[in-house]
Design a protein around this ligand. Structure first.
Ligand code: HEC
Length: 257
């Protein structure tokens, strides 16, 4: 009798498990993600591409989940790859499937977990932390003259590096100082044009600058998402701008708009 009950229970469990997992992460990947991730279109990392995933995992697993859940600005990677209805846990399972199927060396995964343990959340900070020690050195902010100039002012505990909190406070202070400067739209236009012209590989003729009462809208087409980020980094230091909207897209995204 007890055996029968157990078998019955087992059957019941098996049925409910199959109902809950109607689609496995592999099947969901197949259905929702391969359209971009199989051909690797628009720079989407392909399953199996060790270099691409190793590079991305440098910022930790949590940051990959967060980027993919929230979407990556200026790319075709929308929030949850366009599947807004998927619960976070199911979506993360698909990402885990993609990473597992890539069969990376275990050290890449353990390094990513180590970086996760630093508990960093600021995307810009993580992007700039090239050495992955959880701090920004003068060298790591070297491409940002305004931040570099204020480095000692923002390094509150004077340890020669910026923690994530010190960096966030620096960004808040620099933004406030930028907004406080008075400048007319014409001179702002010139300054933004100059800042963009300094970016290697950016074709300024393809970028449209619109400024009205200090509010900047950047639009147009750039060759790859890295340029849209660099453009943002550059214009956010232009003194006098009150707000910035970055609507730059990458060339191969044209067909999607
Ligand atoms: C319309 C195209 C498209 C679809 C559909 C799409 N992706 Fe992406 N995905 C991209 C692109 C492009 C990138 C690279 C963006 C970049 O960093 O430049 C990307 C990047 C990613 C990354 C890396 C994030 C990081 O931080 O490096 C993950 C993870 C990811 N996608 C998961 C998914 C999953 C899971 C699905 C399906 C549910 C999906 N994507 C569907 C285009 C797409």
């Amino acid at each position: 009798m007890r055996i029968t009950t157990n078998i019955f229970m087992a059957l019941l469990l098996a049925t409910s498990v199959t109902t809950v997992c109607a689609a496995t992460p592999a099947e969901q990947y197949e259905k929702f993600c391969t359209i971009c991730h199989l051909p690797g279109s628009h720079g989407a990392p392909k399953v199996g591409n060790h270099d691409a995933w190793t590079q991305r995992l440098r910022s930790g697993l949590n940051s990959i989940y967060r980027n993919a859940i929230e979407g990556i600005p200026n790319t075709t990677m929308l929030a949850k790859g366009g599947q807004a209805g998927l619960p976070d846990s199911e979506f993360r399972a698909i990402v885990d499937f993609m990473i597992a199927a890539t069969a990376l060396p275990p050290s890449v995964i353990s390094d990513a977990r180590r970086y996760d343990r630093l508990g960093l959340t600021d995307r810009d900070f993580i992007r700039r932390d090239v050495s992955r020690d959880g701090y920004l050195s003068r060298q790591e902010v070297g491409t940002d003259p305004v931040l570099l100039k204020g480095f000692s002012r923002f390094d509150i505990n004077r340890d020669g590096r910026l923690s994530e909190t010190e960096y966030r406070n620096a960004e808040t202070a620099l933004e406030r100082e930028r907004i406080a400067v008075n400048a007319d739209d014409a001179s702002l236009n010139t300054a933004v044009g100059k800042a963009l012209a300094a970016i290697k590989g950016l074709k300024t003729e393809d970028v449209k600058i619109e400024i009205s009462a200090g509010a900047l809208v950047l639009s147009g087409v750039v060759a790859h998402p890295g340029l849209a980020i660099e453009a943002h980094d550059a214009v956010k230091r232009v003194a006098g701008l009150k707000s910035i909207q970055n609507r730059l897209i990458t060339g191969d995204q044209m067909g999607w708009d």
